[in-house]
Design a binder for this molecule. Structure first.
Ligand code: NAD
Length: 323
């Protein structure tokens, strides 16, 4: 089947493109390289360098396509509070463009990258799909709005869609890994310190109601996440009109200081840490219940080890540094 991956030059999208090619799919990638990297797009995928905003290229990239996987978004919580208009345009407006173009072409299958950020401060743990949604940032607001828009598109126009709400994604797979600029994610930041590319890691907030006072997050290996996308794609076959929503995490939380300790152990580097105030909008604990994805999609996370995620990310960084 020919599929379009929007955002296939980014971290998660590029791993999923590589897995789709391995599975024998024909893959087109549409990416404006705003945060992605041309060299992350696997050979064998047809590449269109443009934003979804660009109607002509969007339509060309959709030729012959049966399903779309949509990763294209701005995804930095802090930045979204400074320039919310950029987030609404990119994450909601451009997704609206994509849905319109798919409708025009009769493309009825979509897998969408949603996020745990739609839930906001948890009222109970672990967080399942029934948990109330109350985002604490413009980023989370735009993703929740996109989910709701997709739900309405499904019921009105027979689209079959799956929104996957990822918790914290980590690790590397198939020679592809995380390199955001600027980097805001904990594990790549720790590796930058370990590899001497950054002075110290700032831990934001030490007075959260957790055992060591730092935030707790649920980490999922990018390879397990890619598997969930392949299963979600299968789940869109022959079910027009349905919007499915699944949380994806490992159901186990690690505090920032636990991740620091694991990174020190894996890298054998001291990794200097400094402590700063809380960042606005950071919930104390985010841990997923992924039972529904396991039951309905048959998803089984095979790489839940935090150390393995850090090790894989480290290998990717080292390979990148050595060219
Ligand atoms: N990384 C995480 O931990 C995480 C967690 C939850 C949700 N997500 C979501 O997963 C998706 C992928 O995240 P990522 O970490 O791989 O980010 P990323 O920034 O590495 O990838 C996003 C890609 O989309 C492209 N893009 C952005 N807007 C576009 C547009 N309008 N048209 C075409 N291309 C566009 C970028 O150039 C980039 O290559 C995002 O939607 C993000 O919100 C990520």
């Amino acid at each position: 089947m020919r599929v379009l991956v929007v955002g296939g030059a980014g971290y998660i999208g590029s791993v999923v493109v590589a897995r789709l090619l391995q599975e024998g799919h024909e893959v087109a990638v549409l990416d404006d390289l705003s945060t992605g990297h041309r060299d992350a797009v696997p050979e064998g995928a047809e590449f269109f360098e443009a934003s979804i905003h660009h109607p002509k290229v969007l339509h060309r990239s959709l030729e012959g396509v049966e399903a779309v996987l949509h990763f294209g978004a701005r995804s930095q919580v802090g930045e979204s509070t400074r320039v919310p208009e950029v987030y609404w345009q990119n994450n909601l407006g451009d997704t609206l463009n994509l849905l319109a173009a798919m409708r025009e072409r009769g493309i009825g299958r979509l897998v969408f990258s949603s996020t745990a950020a739609v839930y906001g401060e948890p009222q109970r743990l672990p967080i399942d799909e029934q948990h109330p949604t109350s985002p604490t940032s413009p980023y989370g607001n735009t993703k929740l709005a996109a989910d709701l828009m997709i739900r309405d598109e499904c019921s009105a126009h027979q689209l079959a869609a799956v929104s996957l709400r990822y918790f914290n994604v980590a690790g590397a797979a198939l020679q592809r890994g995380e390199r955001h600029q600027p980097e805001t994610h904990l594990i790549p930041l720790l590796l930058e310190v370990a590899l001497g590319k950054r002075g110290a890691l700032t831990v934001y907030g030490t007075d959260y109601p957790t055992a060591d006072g730092t935030c707790i997050r649920d980490y999922i290996h990018v390879d397990d996440l890619a598997t969930a996308h392949l299963l979600a794609l299968d789940a869109t076959a022959g079910v027009g009109g349905r919007h499915l929503v699944y949380n994806l995490g490992n159901g186990r939380g690690f505090s920032v200081l636990e991740v620091v300790a694991a990174a020190r152990q894996v890298t054998e580097a001291p990794i200097e840490v400094v402590f700063g105030p809380r960042r606005p909008g950071d919930p104390a604990v985010l841990v997923a219940s992924s039972g529904l994805a396991q039951r309905e999609l048959g998803w089984v996370p095979l790489r839940p080890s935090l150390e393995e995620m850090i090790q894989d990310a480290l290998q990717f960084r080292r390979r990148l540094a050595s060219g």
